[in-house]
Design a protein. Structure first.
Length: 290
């Protein structure tokens, strides 16, 4: 038997580590949220995770209205930038047992929280998780973390600038990450073509859209695509969607964005979401908040 050079843990040390693990587990909160006719549960390790859960219908009411009114039972929903799964879970309720949700989240601590939330709601069979990054083509690139905390935003593939603002951040850590395109995932049969797509990745939305050119131009394109329009990228994304056969259906803003509009700021200076639908397609609900 080979001897270990490290000394064994003493009884007190074992008890102390066990006690710390118990305390950490005890501090995790199970937050339940009313989501229309559904109830969602979230395992929250910090205040930000709990905030995301309890403000489900308050922070981005337009996103929730779009999800609630556009998803049909049996649909396939693609959530790019799923974070800890707030919208993944909402979509999971609405697609039902016959539908499916594909959730993409390369930030490792957030993707672990995402997996927990999916399991907490019993959606393992109707959800597929991708922890790779998405881009316009297959590549290896640095993924820069803004923080190790689950639920944080702003981490970037191949950049240390967030939201198209040009303001750099100091990476807490960097890993080399595999990035692929949505078209590649579909061609590899890792996912079926989605009926609805949500993209919110804090900065490379246009590259991801270019990586789904075949999907957007196919004979069965998504009924709707919601994209976060960051400052400096808005016109380019609208133009790309136009050349891909999509028109702007409506825009909607976070609660903070709505406040900025009331204060007189121009739309172009505020990050917000835009929902696009195929030109001439009347299937998207007219009652969605805009």
């Amino acid at each position: 038997m080979r001897k270990s050079n490290a000394r064994d843990l003493g009884v007190f040390e074992k008890l102390w580590l066990d006690a710390k693990a118990w305390v950490r587990k005890a501090l995790v909160s199970d937050v339940r949220v009313q989501d229309g006719r559904f109830v969602s549960a979230f395992v929250c390790e910090n205040r930000l995770q709990a905030y995301r859960a309890i403000t489900l219908w308050a922070k981005e009411p337009g996103t929730m209205a779009w999800i609630d009114q556009s998803i049909r039972p049996g649909d396939r929903f693609l959530d790019i930038g799923a974070n800890v799964g707030i919208y993944t879970i909402s979509a999971g309720h609405r697609v039902g047992d016959e539908g499916h949700v594909y959730a993409v989240e390369p930030h490792k601590p957030s993707s672990v929280a995402l997996l927990r939330n999916i399991a907490r709601n019993g959606f393992q069979k109707r959800t597929t998780i991708f922890t790779c990054a998405l881009a316009d083509k297959r590549m290896l690139a640095p993924f820069n973390y803004t923080s190790f905390e689950p639920s944080v935003t702003g981490s970037q593939l191949g950049s240390t600038q967030t939201n198209g603002s040009g303001k750099p951040f100091s990476a807490a850590a960097t890993e080399i990450c595999l990035a692929v395109s949505v078209d590649e995932l579909i061609e590899a049969k890792a996912m079926e073509p989605p009926d609805l797509v949500k993209i919110d990745v804090d900065g490379i939305e246009l590259a991801i859209l270019k990586g789904m050119a075949k999907l957007l131009g196919s004979s069965r394109p998504p009924r709707a695509v919601q994209v976060e329009l960051n400052v400096g990228e808005q016109d380019a994304i609208v133009q790309w969607m136009k050349t891909s056969g999509y028109e702007l259906h409506h825009r909607h803003f976070t609660s903070g964005g709505e406040r900025a509009l009331r204060e007189g700021r121009r739309v172009e200076s505020i990050a917000h979401n835009a929902v696009f639908s195929p030109v001439g397609d009347q299937s998207l609900s007219e009652g969605i908040h805009s």
